[in-house]
Every structure is written in structure tokens, then in C-alpha cells.
Design a binder for this molecule. Sequence first.
Ligand SMILES: N[C@@H](CCC(=O)N[C@@H](CS)C(=O)NCC(=O)O)C(=O)O
Length: 221
Amino acid sequence: MQPHSQLLAVSKAISRFFVIMVSYKLTYFNRRGRAEPIRYLFAVADVPFEDHRIDEKEEWPSIKASPSSRYVLGQVPVLEVDGEVVQQSKSIFRFLGREFGFDGDSSWDRLQIDSIIETLNDLENEGRKVSREKNAEKKEKLLQNYLQVVLRRIFGFLESILVGNEGGNGFLVGKKMSIADIMFFTHVHDYLGFIPEANLTEPKLLLLYERIKSNPRLLDG
Ligand SMILES: N[C@@H](CCC(=O)N[C@@H](CS)C(=O)NCC(=O)O)C(=O)O
């Protein structure tokens, strides 16, 4: 290792130790999409970051096509941590959850959190299938299945997890807010809106949604 790179490694280690000194830059389009749970996490953790929004039509095609693009997968969101590039929204979300202490207190809690995030990911994919279907008849079938089966099964599953955790008056896992709660909040607040007929009817989940929404840091931006 060269002396200057040793120095860089030491300075990175020191700045990671003092979380506030790490520089975070999140690049995404000027919409909520896959970046929104990450933005919420920064907000709730009260960690400053650069919210870099690029124009999807004007800027993105040339950035993507550039041979020297730092976004080697040709997709966003991308996080830069002290200038180092990381891709994949869910990996970024989990990484920051760990960095900011939103990832659960035990290995078992982390498993529960992961299971909830994966379940919500499935819900996101099912919702996408409905929104993207062009054939009216197929779309209606997918929609009814989404509303009557998928949504109720998944929200029913989350409701039972919540109720099983101290009666459902706290958070999904453990005693404090975790990335599972933030991902759940993002789904209800942002993603469900893509399907106007979709709703949240499970009583304890509804209260959880309201509790998270009332966090003053969350919807400031
Ligand atoms: N698995 C990736 C998927 C990323 C992805 O599909 N990004 C879309 C925006 S939501 C994108 O970059 N689209 C522009 C393109 O592919 O050119 C992740 O979760 O980060």
C-alpha cells in the first residue's frame, strides 16, 4: 500500500467512526421510486446527504451511455460514500440501516426485518405487474388478484407480526423503528398510490403508518 493510500484508508476509517463526517451522495431521478425509502432513512436518522436528482430524459441517456460513467450497471439509485460508488437500492438501504442503527438488535431481529423487506419487495413486484399490464382483460384479473389476495395476504402477515410484538402498539420488530418500518411506510405512503383501488385496512398497521408519519423528521423534505 502506498503511503498516500494508507493515509486515505486511515482518514476513511476515522470519518466512518464519526458517522456525521462521512459524506453521502444519493443519485436518482427526480421522483420517489426506488430512492424514497433511502431518503426517508436519511431523514429519520437525521444524517445529512446530497440528494442528487438527475433529469431522466435530458441527462440520463448520455450519463448511461458514457464509457467513463461511474454507474457501471447503467441504473440508479447510486450511493456515493466518501466518493466510493455503491449500487442496488436494497443493498444501499440495508447498509445505511446498519450504519445508522436501524437494523435490529439481534440476529433474530435482523432475520425478521429481512423477511419483512423481502415480503414488501414481492408486493412491489406484484403491484408493478398490475400497473404495467396493457391488456385490459389481463389487467383486471391481475388487479383483482392483487386487491383480494396479494394485498390482504401480505398486509395480514405484517399485521400478525406487529400484533405479536408487544400487542402491536410499537414497531414491527424489536422496541424501536427499523428499516422494516421505513420500508412498510414507503409502500403505504408512496407505492400503493400507483394502484388507486389499493388500501390498507388492517387496524394495527394503520396506526403504525400514522405513528411513523407523525415523525417530524420524515416528511420535511
Ligand atoms: N435492482 C436495481 C434496479 C434499479 C432500476 O431498475 N433502476 C431504474 C429506475 S427505478 C433505472 O435506473 N432505469 C433507467 C435505466 O435502466 O436506464 C435496484 O434496486 O437498484
